[in-house]
Structures are given as C-alpha cells and as structure tokens.
Design a protein around this ligand. Sequence first.
Ligand code: G3P
Ligand code: MG
Length: 347
Amino acid sequence: TPATPLTPSELPTADSFAFAFDIDGVLIRGGRPIPEAVEAMKVLNGENEYGIKVPYIFLTNGGGKTEAERCIDLSRQLDIEVAPAQFICGHTPMREMVEKYETVLVIGGEGEKCRQVAEGYGFKDVVTPGDIIKDNAATTPFRKLTDEEHSNSRTRDYGKTKIEAIFVFADSRDWACDIQIILDLAMSKGGYIGTLSENFDEGPPIYFSHNDTVWSAAHDNVRLGMGALRKSVEILFKDVTKGKELDTIAFGKPQIGTFEFATRLLQQWRKDEHRINRPPETVYFVGDTPESDIRGTNLFNEKAKNDWYSILVRTGVYQTGTEPAYKPRVTVDTVLDAVNHGIKREM
Ligand code: G3P
Ligand code: MG
C-alpha cells in the first residue's frame, strides 16, 4: 500500500538553520502582502522539495500596536499563524525598562494604542501628548483635541508631575504637536511640564523605537520614518537652545541589543514550538534597508556565536542599480528568492 503523505505537523524540522524577517518592504507594503511573501511562508512551512519545515521569526522596526494585535494582522496578511512568541517590533525590547521609570510620556501611533502597549508592558503611569494638551490647550496653538481625544485624555496637574522618560513607540501622527511637547520636556527643569531649565541639560531621556529615516510603504517612493522625526527633534533643540546638543537613544535595528533580543526569542521559539534545544548554526536575515537590516545583521554576525547571514531584497527601500551603504552576503529580487537561496545553501 502507498505510504500516507505526512501532514504539515508531522514533517521533520530543520534544526541547523532558521530565518528572521524584516516586515515592511520584505513581506508587506502599505498593509498589503508582497505576493511572493505568501509563497515564501508556504515554502518554510514544508511546501519545498525536501519536505522540511524551517523555524522563523519576525523582527520589524515598526510598531504602534500590541504584539498580539500585530500578529493577528500578519497572520491574516500572510495566510499563516504568527504567534507573539515569534515576533519582535521596535518597541518590544523597551518593555525591559519598566523597572527603571514610573511616569513616562509615550508618543506616536493611533489614538490610545501606544498607551495600551506601554501599560501592557507594565509601565505604571503612562502620559500621552493628549493629556498634556487637555491640561493646557495653549501647549499647541494650532492643535485642538477632538471630542474623542478629549474624553480619552486624562486630567492631572503637570506642575507636579515629573516625566521620567519619553518613549517614541510609533510614527507620530502630528509632528508639530509631538515635537513641541518633546522639546518642552527636553528644555524643562527635570521633566516638569511648563518649567524651563537654565542650561537645558536636565530633561528626561528620550528613546526612539528605531532610527529609520525612510521606510517602504504603499507609495512607489520611500516615506519619511521615525529617524526623520528624531533628526528634526535634535536639530530643533540645538536651534531653540542656541547651540546645545540633545542626545537621544534609538532602539531597533541596527542596534546589537535588538539582535541579541532576537537571538533569545528565536532560541525560546525553537525550543517551545519545534523541540530544538540547540542554537542554529546559521540565521538568515532577510531585509530591504541596508542601513538597519544589513548593517545590523553584519555587525551582529561579527560577535554572535552563530552565523548571521544577511540577504537584501529589491522590494523595498533598497533600489536596484544603487550601491547599498552596507553590503549583504547576497542580494535577491524577493523574499521567496531569499528563502529558496537559504534552503538550497543548507541542503
Ligand atoms: O516604521 C516601520 C519602518 O520604519 C520599518 O519597518 O519592518 O522594515 O523594519 P521594517
Ligand atoms: Mg523593511
């Protein structure tokens, strides 16, 4: 009798290698899947000539929703099941800072989403720009809160509230308003809104969840990202303080810490989901932005115990015919080519 074909869950899993994927410009553009991405996921899940499954995780600089919500979106877009245990976004590693700060200002994203993310991480007292405008409408002369924003925003006395840190979790929906409030705090006496420091050197630390100047969305050309906001804040601070420097901190790719975080997540994911107890020999990282994806992978490869192999695709920020600022191990057209390249190299 002919052998019964194995069901996907019975297929053997490759234990010596794994994949990690950037999202925007590799799998998704402007909320829609890049067509080859759906196929690439099928190949990883066993629809390949070797009949093997390959473990994978996602590592995006994007953010603005809880990891669980992002995974629901991604599952729908790519027609697979994505678990929060295999997903890292720009602000995920920031959850490790909950012990350090109690009252924080969170910037970016839609409505109350980022406040919810921060509270979900365990930050005890989360303030938004809306709260500050509600308390003093003169903060932003040309920005009035909508009725919904007004009812969501929380009332308090900012003269008595010390903002201990600022976290930019997602892209600002109102640069003028958010830059104004970030600068107000950067120039304040120790994080108290409405005060003005003498030397402008006692504001709260400012953390950005990544530093991408541009990213790949629905438009044919790249769009301005959070790194552009960061640059604007730093330049404007210098201008309004007559020459003082503002040092801000960026998380996300290409920071080594982000890749270390990804390594721990991948190890846990391989253990829990695939029953593999050893680290992979090679991790293929597929990205579209040389400055964050390729740079970070290459930097991390120099210090990681295993091989982090950078693959650049042509579906996002990187433009064919230009010289990438950071050289990948290989450049291919799409994420499907990247997956096939890695699997072929291993088998
Ligand atoms: O805002 C998101 C963008 O800057 C990058 O996302 O998935 O390409 O790392 P991703
Ligand atoms: Mg990208």
